[in-house]
Design a protein around this ligand. Structure first.
Ligand code: ZN
Length: 325
């Protein structure tokens, strides 16, 4: 079974990324738009695409989600051994997690789909988390296993750091409930630690919907609608490790240690020489192959082969055929 994590699909955009619209031809820098929405052209509403550049902050976010899937879900909830899990850099914007567990091999397609639904939080009926027959209602504690503990821990974490109700709303809690919880936040935190959920009592449907939304948004897939046929599959052909990805010139490869892995250092497969004459349309400042490049806009430059191929495959530079001498 393979789980894919892609920065693009998870909407992990960086202010330095470029967006462009094949429909109307508009383009720009993501950070110049407030609240850029993935896939939507701010000009015509058509489907916009994003060109991503190396960003350590984004890599960190992506690794956190991969780490959560591996440690909390696969190893924690499903009891899969670390030796049955291998991590691969995709060669482009993400990671593939391969699970080769005998216990998973015996499962049919429906059972595997249930695993996917569990991980994305889509298959979780949060009503089973609560006992509303008791007064006040009982619910998950931070020390509980699986999703119950995960939800309680996350809510305590959000409440402990939240400045106002909007931070709860961001995780899917309804505005009315968020305001109510925030009014007695300290008290609510203490109660949740004991597994007591006072605000589940009235307007329970709103509360259940809020907890469901919280579950989805804290899943490793961050509440995104993931096409499970392409993101998680059984028999899918996946890029073979140690092959060069045509969209980046980087090497798809197996990773020994996720946290120390830097794709823009460790997966650079091409040499420095020869240098190529390029016309660069736009690049922000970024690190690649141990050096800092950019920012450049509408400039002719001579760049090493590895970073040249990276920019050419992204379509942000073109190769100038020049006559020497
Ligand atoms: Zn457009």
């Amino acid at each position: 079974m393979i789980f894919e994590f892609d920065a693009d699909e998870l909407g992990l955009f960086s202010p330095n990324d470029l967006w462009y619209c094949p429909n109307c031809g508009s383009r720009g820098v993501v950070g110049e738009l407030r609240g850029f929405r993935a896939g939507v052209c701010p000009n015509c509403g058509g489907p916009a695409k994003v060109t991503m550049f190396p960003d350590p902050g984004r890599e960190e976010r992506l690794k956190e989600e991969v780490d959560t899937l591996v440690k909390d879900f696969l190893m924690g909830d499903f009891g899969i051994s670390r030796t049955e899990i291998s991590l691969n850099f995709s060669g482009n914007r993400g990671y593939h997690i391969h699970v080769r567990s005998p216990s998973l091999r015996e499962l049919d397609k429906e059972a595997r789909q249930e695993i996917v639904d569990y991980v994305t939080g889509r298959g979780i009926d949060v009503r089973y988390f609560f006992d509303v027959s008791r007064v006040p209602p009982r619910g998950p504690k931070p020390t509980d296993g699986g999703w119950k503990g995960r939800v309680a821990r996350k809510l305590v974490e959000i409440l402990s750091g939240a400045k106002d109700a909007s931070e709860l709303v961001r995780f899917g809690v309804s505005p009315a409930l968020a305001r109510r919880i925030m009014r007695e936040r300290g008290h609510v935190v203490e109660l949740i630690k004991k597994g007591v959920w006072p605000f589940i009592d009235t307007k329970a449907d709103d509360a259940f919907a809020s907890v469901s939304a919280l579950v989805r948004s804290i899943s490793p897939y961050m509440g995104k609608e993931i096409d499970t046929n392409t993101s998680v599959d059984i028999h899918r052909l996946i890029r073979v490790p140690d092959t060069i990805h045509g969209g980046t010139g980087l090497l798809a490869k197996r990773i020994r240690d996720l946290w120390s892995f830097d794709p823009y250092r460790d997966a650079v497969a091409l040499p420095e020489r020869p240098y190529l004459n390029l016309h660069v349309e736009y690049i922000p400042e970024f690190e690649f192959a141990g050096e800092v490049w950019g920012p450049l806009e509408d400039k002719n430059v001579e760049l090493p082969l590895h970073v040249s191929v990276y920019l050419l495959s992204k379509g942000v530079a073109s190769w100038r055929l020049t006559t020497q001498g």
